[in-house]
Design a protein around this ligand. Structure first.
Ligand code: PGA
Length: 252
């Protein structure tokens, strides 16, 4: 059985004190009511070590939102996969559309990052998704298929077992405009087919594919009810405990 997952992506929000308060609030909420899925929060680098002390021994997994494409050394301002791992974090988001669009992260760079993250014992939440013009031109499958092939298809099946996919149509991120449950299901089924084609049916059956893009308590249940949707990657709604918990509860 593949894992059901709700993961939060805090992006560049919350100072350290606010992040600690949110992590504590979530910890208490999930201690009071055990979630029916895996729960992960991905935070800015500066929060990781402190939040790791809060999430340790709880059901909450912890991840970074990025890591460097270099192993170590003179790369001022960068944070390596090994450094992320040393905070106690277990996950890293890679390939988010904001990183691809604003920081020039190419498929090649992402391939390096994925390899380094996996080599350092992190699980990767790998994001893929088309922009609006690509969707309007009905090119979404082509785009997402290429994103998968260009960064992930050289992995071994064993490496892939430490990858979670997140389909995030760029036009749905932070816009309030969610993909319909049918659009999500169609794309997730296509993605699972791509994984089956390259890694085989077993790998495709086992990999979790999350939906991301304006997911909220009010629409999560419908989206998660689709057979190929294994959960969500949540931005804005992960910044308030009640909203994030509301999405986690969609699995109840
Ligand atoms: P959103 O962001 O939920 O605010 O749309 C999702 C994401 O970018 O991961």
């Amino acid at each position: 059985m593949r894992k059901k997952i709700v993961a939060g992506n805090w992006k560049m929000n919350l100072n350290l004190q606010e992040g600690v308060a949110l992590a504590n609030e979530l910890k208490d909420a999930l201690a009071a009511e055990k979630p029916n899925c895996d729960v992960i929060i991905c935070t800015p680098f500066i929060h990781l070590a402190t939040v790791a002390g809060i999430t340790e021994g709880t059901v909450i997994g912890l991840g970074a939102e990025n890591c460097a494409d270099k192993e170590k050394g003179a790369y001022t301002g960068e944070v390596s996969a090994a450094q992320v791992k040393s905070t106690g974090a277990q996950y890293v988001i890679l390939g988010h559309s904001e990183r691809r669009a604003y920081y020039g992260e190419t498929a090649e760079i992402l391939k390096e990052k994925v390899n380094l993250a996996l080599a350092n014992g992190l699980k990767v939440i790998f994001c893929i998704g088309e922009v609006l013009e690509e969707r309007e031109a009905n090119k979404q499958n082509e785009v997402v298929g290429a994103q998968l092939a260009d960064s992930l298809f050289d992995l071994t099946e064993e490496q892939l077992s430490n990858v979670i996919l997140a389909y995030e149509p760029v036009w749905a991120i932070g816009t309030g405009k969610t993909a319909t449950a049918e659009q999500a299901q169609d794309m997730h089924a296509f993605i699972r087919g791509c994984i089956a084609g390259n890694f085989g049916e077993k790998a495709a059956e086992e990999i979790s594919i999350l939906y991301g893009g304006s997911c909220k308590p009010s629409n999560a249940k419908e989206i998660f009810s689709k057979p190929d949707v294994d959960g969500g990657l949540i931005g804005g709604a992960a910044l308030k405990c009640a909203d994030f918990k509301g999405i986690i509860d969609a699995w109840n």
